[in-house]
Design a protein around this ligand. Structure first.
Ligand SMILES: Cc1cc2nc3c(=O)[nH]c(=O)nc-3n(C[C@H](O)[C@H](O)[C@H](O)COP(=O)(O)OP(=O)(O)OC[C@H]3O[C@@H](n4cnc5c(N)ncnc54)[C@H](O)[C@@H]3O)c2cc1C
Length: 458
């Protein structure tokens, strides 16, 4: 039997995981991955590490290189842009940007992981020099050059989501005057509720970042290069602007062949199949099925792309896939200077957007028993829980502390994924050791608090 020809579009998390899954599950596959860019597989998740010099060679910040797959049945081609799917012929049209040649390449199965591109704001001056975006190797190099340039004094970051916060922190650590602007009312406001963002906003300000929320950008001004960012009520001097204010799916090339929603996201069914036979789509270019929201929502995370790739490849050759894709919780973590948080599932903002009613509880405690002094490793810890007000099923949560409690975010993720209730979390059998936690573990106590139980004060 001839080998099944698998074509993958996009060499990032989704494409990488697809190759790994194909190689581990099947012997009789011939895999070709096309990547439009000239660098195989810059890991934007590691960009802050590069900008802050924790990793010094930009070429190291990658998921994989073609050399990682010497197998004769794996072909990884950069500068190869897929421009069209010819569903009837089961081929894709590919432009080789090195030679300018166009060819049609056959597939038996096609996996799309073409991802997203960051958006420029539609304001005057968006094309000025030194107005940057933050994704991929080329932007990483440009930003790093400016961070090292003493002539650059003022950096303005547009967008206070986690990418904007990473840009702001890296810029501040490089000694720049940093202004952080967002149109919403608080930094990280789509990830965390106000009780936690208040703590983080204070931290950003204490570290010298000029945090300006409710800021509507009207223009970037300057002659050739940007000099300032104008909002409806202020103007901020800016030698460099980094825009981290949203993304658009890389799906223009699919218009007219693959069904897209009105914002360009690829529509997939419960098996991650597109409308075309044997064509699947995963990762940021699709909306993800959220377990707590029980609907599809934007969750642009590497974790999502990799789990979807695993599911698609596992069921790739089943005429009727044995099970639908179970969905995801959506979990992320971030350090904001010395504050560390992890969040999972829904919060007030994402619940409202998904039309889900949530109750919530905010719990503030110390990490270890009361008798341990705070300067001996007993910092404040904060937990936010979101749950169904009637059934108490957990729908979301977050933890925050100067101590690294982010692993507790994964405990929350597991609880949400498996539909546990507050009552389950309140009694879950976690360890106690005073070097690490209190007589009841942090999430036990947070769930007990959410249930309105008598506070445990020891
Ligand atoms: C600064 C930053 C930090 C991040 N940090 C984290 C983190 O800590 N944790 C986390 O889980 N996620 C993080 N993310 C998100 C994560 O990077 C994305 O969710 C993930 O990369 C999505 O992978 P993907 O395969 O869907 O597509 P993408 O990473 O968007 O890659 C798509 C690839 O497809 C290629 N392509 C597109 N169209 C074509 C075409 N027609 N032909 C050929 N090639 C094409 C593109 O060139 C690109 O290389 C971060 C993102 C950024 C920008």
């Amino acid at each position: 039997m001839s080998k099944e020809r698998i074509v993958i579009v996009g060499a990032s998390h989704g494409g990488h995981q697809s190759i790994l899954e194909l190689l581990s599950r099947y012997n009789d596959v011939d895999i070709t991955l096309f990547e439009a860019g000239d660098f195989i597989s810059f890991m934007s998740c590691g960009m802050e590490l590069y900008l802050e010099n924790s990793v010094t060679d930009v070429n190291d910040v990658r998921n994989f290189s073609a050399d990682d797959f010497p197998q004769p049945n794996v072909h990884i081609l950069d500068r190869h842009e897929v421009t069209k799917i010819n569903a009837d012929a089961k081929t894709v049209t590919v432009v080789d940007h090195a030679t300018n040649q166009t060819t049609d390449q056959p597939y038996d199965k096609l996996i799309l992981s073409s991802g997203v591109t960051p958006k420029s704001l539609p304001v005057p001056g968006a094309d000025l020099d030194n107005v940057f975006l933050m994704r991929g190797k080329d932007w990483a190099l440009k930003i790093k050059e400016k961070l090292a340039d003493p002539a650059v004094k003022h950096m303005t970051i547009i967008g206070a989501g986690y990418i904007g916060i990473e840009a702001a922190e890296a810029s501040r650590k490089a000694g720049k005057e940093v202004t952080l602007l967002d149109v919403i009312d608080r930094p990280l406001g789509t990830y965390l509720d106000g009780e936690l963002t208040d703590i983080l906003a204070k931290k950003l300000t204490a570290e010298g970042i000029n945090v300006q929320m409710n800021a509507k950008i009207t223009a970037y001004t300057g002659d050739q290069a940007v000099k300032a960012v104008k909002t409806t009520d202020a103007e901020y001097p800016s030698d460099v602007v980094i825009q981290a204010a949203g993304v658009q799916p890389n799906t223009d090339w699919l218009k007219g062949t693959v069904d897209l929603d009105d914002r360009g996201w690829i529509k997939v069914d419960n098996y991650l199949r597109t409308n075309l036979p044997d064509v699947y789509a995963i990762g940021d270019a699709t909306l993800a099925y959220s377990i707590p929201a029980q609907t599809k929502v934007p969750i642009a995370l590497a974790t999502v792309a990799r789990r979807e790739a695993r599911y698609v490849v596992k069921h790739l050759f089943e005429a009727n896939p044995a099970e639908p894709f179970k969905g995801l919780v959506g979990s992320s973590a971030l350090s904001v200077f010395d504050e560390h948080f992890a969040q999972s599932g829904l919060n007030s903002f994402t619940a409202k957007r998904a039309g889900v009613t949530v109750a919530k509880d905010f719990y503030h405690t110390t990490l270890r028993p009361k008798y341990v002094p705070s300067d001996k490793g007993n910092p404040d810890v904060y937990v936010q829980l979101f749950f169904n007000p009637t059934t108490h099923v957990l729908l979301g949560g977050a933890v925050l502390s100067t101590y690294d409690v982010t692993a507790q975010g994964n405990v929350l993720a597991l609880a949400i994924q498996h539909g546990l209730r507050l009552e389950d979390l309140a009694e879950a059998d976690f360890f106690f050791q005073p070097g690490f936690d209190r007589q009841w573990s942090l999430l036990n106590l947070a769930a007990q608090h959410a249930l309105g139980e008598e506070p445990f004060t020891y």
